[in-house]
Design a protein. Structure first.
Length: 88
């Protein structure tokens, strides 16, 4: 993928809407974890299974959101290997 193609993809309204939706879901997962932890009388009442599921969702969604950073780094590496800087 060329850098120009990547930029076009990132600026596409569908891509932006998708990433915004992912952000909303990740925030909801984090908020649910907070609610689970704060709305109990004792830490022993926390449903750790549910907390771990929500944390897993949050981490997975974070990975999707990191796609932009990953792709920028990957494209930069490809550009550097195609055009190595001269040794002066």
């Amino acid at each position: 993928m060329r850098y120009v193609e990547f930029e076009e993809w990132m600026e596409n309204p569908c891509t932006r809407e998708f990433l915004d939706l992912i952000k909303e879901h990740q925030k909801a997962s984090k908020d649910a974890i907070t609610d689970l932890m704060l709305n109990v009388q004792s830490i022993s009442q926390v449903d750790l299974h549910q907390v771990s599921q929500l944390r897993g969702q949050s981490y997975a969604l974070e990975s999707i959101l990191n796609t932009e950073l990953f792709m920028r780094e990957l494209i930069d590496e490809e550009v550097q290997t195609v055009r190595p800087e001269s040794d002066n």
